[in-house]
Design a protein around this ligand. Structure first.
Ligand code: PSV
Ligand code: MN
Length: 424
């Protein structure tokens, strides 16, 4: 089901007067509103193909109906998000959850929705039906070279699928590790993993990047073989200049200073991409900005500072993606909220007076530094984000339109109430 321009225009009519008022107020408050709006218009956040259905909890899955039954329907759903917010112009696939049977046709379909293919994701953290060897004791770290070879071959296949779709990167996230002390020789596990990653890296097309994603924990684990940004940085540095560390916000131990991690990875030219989400107790499940919006702002503050220091393009030089699970919310509404939260944090961070902040830092003026950051954070920038959407043909209030147009009910009617989309 596609929302057409007429629906968007008529919904925007209802919100226009209030929007104009709010925007004018902001334009009086800040000096470079138009530059911020322009940057916001360019900033796109990829949607993962596994986030379009209801996620599983440890105790069950409670689907709300109308979930996409195929890759084609997932593309339709991302197309719908993009139509509403003009900021979700890319989709990221997990193999084998979403194997494109006909790469060209899928690429064509995505292009019709204005979408490109972001990073490809491999999966050696689940045994697939009919798979000859098990990943019970890890994949790329495994003591048995035959298991490592199987994991490598899978990643090579993922690259092939990505080439057909026009993707330019692969993200490798490994659940390798151990459940008990003594189970694993850490040094050998690291070396086996590095050797396996090297085989994949060697097969990268020359214009591709490899992202090594870390994660501090799995519920039943004692150790993770790519457990933190230090380990990921070791792998990516040893692999070569087209290998980078990927930061998933939900993959840290409590209280980790993610903004500092980001700053140092950028300084080293080794930050490759981002998985956005929020979390309270662990993992990567909650809507972006739903728990810690100030942390998200501080991260964007470092991202902008670090990217500008290296002359990087905010919109295109890092991989931006949402990676969350939607257990109780409508996945599409949840994704709209996440994209909005990311753009708000980005806009607020663009407002930071960097010259004044640098001066305060040089003078050790801690109070002033905090004033500068919080002045930006406490600015209500929603009208700037909405204006960027309006200018690019999107909806002023995407969730309002999504609900008033009864999108979910239409999807349930077309797809059924008991559909299950692939993913975790
Ligand atoms: C692992 O928790 C992760 O963050 C990785 O990015 C996976 O690809 C994704 O979630 C889905 O399991
Ligand atoms: Mn992730």
């Amino acid at each position: 089901m596609v929302i057409d321009k007429k629906q968007i225009d008529s919904s925007n009519e209802n919100h226009l007067a209030q929007h104009r008022q709010r925007l004018q107020f902001l334009k009086n408050e800040i000096s470079d509103a138009d530059t911020v709006i322009e940057k916001l218009s360019q900033f796109q956040i990829a949607i993962p193909s596994w986030a379009l259905g209801t996620g599983g909890t440890r105790f069950g899955r409670f689907p709300g109906g109308g979930e996409p039954r195929s890759l084609e329907e997932k593309i339709e759903d991302v197309g719908l998000l993009h139509r509403l917010n003009r900021s979700s112009g890319a989709i990221s696939l997990h193999i084998p959850w979403d194997i494109p049977k006909d790469g060209n046709a899928i690429r064509e379909l995505a292009a019709q929705h204005g979408l490109r293919f972001d990073a490809m994701n491999s999966n050696t953290f689940q045994d697939q039906p009919g798979q000859p060897l098990s990943y019970k004791f890890g994949s790329m770290q495994h003591t048995d070279p035959a298991v490592r070879r199987q994991a490598i071959e899978h990643n090579l296949e993922v690259i092939q699928h990505g080439i057909a779709l026009g993707s330019k990167s692969i993200t490798v996230w490994l659940s390798d590790g151990s459940c008990f002390p003594g189970q694993l020789n850490f040094r050998k596990a690291f070396q086996n993993t590095l050797e396996s990653l090297r085989e994949v890296y060697k097969a990268l097309p020359s214009d591709w990047k490899m992202f090594v994603e870390y994660k501090a924990f799995e519920p039943n684990f004692y150790s993770m073989t790519v457990g933190d940004w230090g380990q990921s940085l070791l792998y990516s540095s040893k692999l070569g200049e087209r290998a980078f560390t990927l930061v998933d916000l939900g993959h840290h131990l409590p209280n980790a200073n993610i903004e500092q991690i980001v700053a140092l990875l950028l300084m080293e030219g080794k930050l490759g991409g981002f998985h956005f989400n929020d979390s309270k107790f662990g993992d990567d499940d909650l809507t972006v900005g739903s728990v810690k919006p100030y942390q998200l702002f501080l991260i964007f503050n470092e991202l902008i500072e670090g990217m500008d220091a290296r002359g990087m393009n905010h919109a295109s030089d890092l991989g931006w993606m949402i990676d969350a699970s939607h257990n109780v919310k409508d996945p599409l509404e949840d994704l709209l909220q996440s994209v909005e939260a990311i753009k708000i944090a980005y806009a607020q961070a663009l407002l930071v007076d960097r010259k004044k902040l640098a001066e305060a830092q040089e003078k050790n003026d801690t109070v002033q530094a905090q004033e500068i950051l919080q002045a930006a954070f406490r600015t209500d920038v929603r009208a700037l984000v909405a204006e960027a959407r309006l200018k690019t043909g999107g909806a002023l209030n995407p969730i309002d339109l999504f609900r008033k147009a009864n999108v979910r009910q239409h999807l349930i009617k077309a797809r059924g109430s008991k559909t299950f989309s692939t993913g975790l």
